[in-house]
Design a protein around this ligand. Sequence first.
Ligand code: SF4
Length: 344
Amino acid sequence: MDSERIEKIIEEYGLQKFRANQMKDAIFNKSVSSYDEISTLKKDLREKLKVEQPLLCLEEHKIFKSSDKRTYKALLKLEDGRIIESVLMSPKPDHWTACISSQVGCAMACTFCATGTMGLLRNLSSEEISDQVLFWRQFIQKNGIDARLNNVVYMGMGEPFHNKTKVFNSIEELKNPETFNMGSRHISVSTSGLLKPIYEMAERFPQVNLAISLHAANDDLRTGMMPVNKTFPLEKLAEALTFYLDKTNRKIFLEYILLDNENDTLKHADELVDFASKVKPSKLLHVNLIVYNQTDSSHRQASRETATRFKDYLLDKGVSATIRKNLGRDIDGACGQLAVLDQK
Ligand code: SF4
């Protein structure tokens, strides 16, 4: 459900305009899971809408809960039977973040990523994207979780900028004060480095956070891991990031998965320092080091000690860096683990 669909319902069912506000209040503020809970609508209308206009255009297929209860992964079934994954996680007490998908599968074929092995099956619509947030809001409400959904990150299945129009529309919807009413600073988009949309995002959504899946800072290595680098090499990426920083003055997050004996030596750390120095002002960059989550690929996880040494080296050279906490490993809900291979 989104504002466009509510407008359509108002028109199609000949309802008075104020009904739109009642519906928005119930669906987005109160996070109702059924029309039965929208008591401001007449019973016969509620019954009709229940059958003809489901509150969500996706349905729960399966839910997994991590043993520490800080991560939930949902398999969500779309109207055409395709299944996507969406994750709700609590990086700190009382804070919940939804990690949402923008495509079924992904065309980018990054070698370390489970989603990349699926290929691209299709793009999601704007409503299918924002409905994942609505799904998690309902989930929090239904399960009596005593906290709000604070943040949304476009880091699930798919390359968001490969489905740019729908993703940008969904960001507008998340920001819409009449529906999701989320602040731009609570929304983050992660890209493998498609350049044109980075320039567009800087102009259109200067307050939305940008994260770059970097993972290597020399072109040969990065192209081997991420074919997108062949078309958009590091030099061009650095230019786009400098443009973004100039326009927005907002921090950019560089995601870097540490892979044993591939990109985790001090030589690689030095290349990262060099890349950071080409982005101006580099003090607005922050490196998130991620300890690889094992998928079926041949990559191996770097050790904790290696990660710490890598981080310390960056800090020593003046590059801001942290090792990111991994949530949801036991339910394959962590970074790079999202894939539904059995698409009926
Ligand atoms: S890391 Fe992101 S861009 Fe690369 S294959 Fe996975 S989902 Fe696609």
